[in-house]
Design a protein. Sequence first.
Length: 191
Amino acid sequence: MSRNDCSLGTLTKKFVSLVQDAPDGIIDLNTAAGKLLVQKRRIYDITNVLEGIGLIEKKSKNNIQWKGYGDGTDHEGVEDLQEKLRMLEARSKELDSYMDILNREFVIQQNDANFRSRAYVTDEDIRNIPAFKDQTVIAIKAPSGTTIAVPYPEHLPERDRQKYQIYLQSKDGPLDIYLVSAQDEVKIKDE
């Protein structure tokens, strides 16, 4: 038996596999030591840790029972979940990589005067967005730190509940408000 086959980590994996394959998840420690070709004290090292973290429990002097995930018989379910987790982690790393690339490109573009001179949207661009068809669209240009509140008009009668008021407050400069498109009449009142 090679040194790698005798490592505590490898033995633990083999021991857990034996326990999970045992009827009702119960195994005799002498039998386990014999099947794994190790001294019983190595099995005790493993069982002490597994018992300490609540994956097994002693049934009698030389018998333990698996009480970890499930009943110990759903190896494929666990393996499927582990594979899905690996795939999700790989996809997450891939998306993080794309986000890093996009962020670097964004910084480069923001520092490019030629790009900044063309970085705008026209009112026609906004009106051509299907989600804004037959909607009132208001554009607000405000300094950093501006607060906005749009309280729900629950105190209004049912027929007037589609009427909203928008409150804007800026301590750091003027606000510019633009009506881009309108379905209904929009009143802008400066207070």
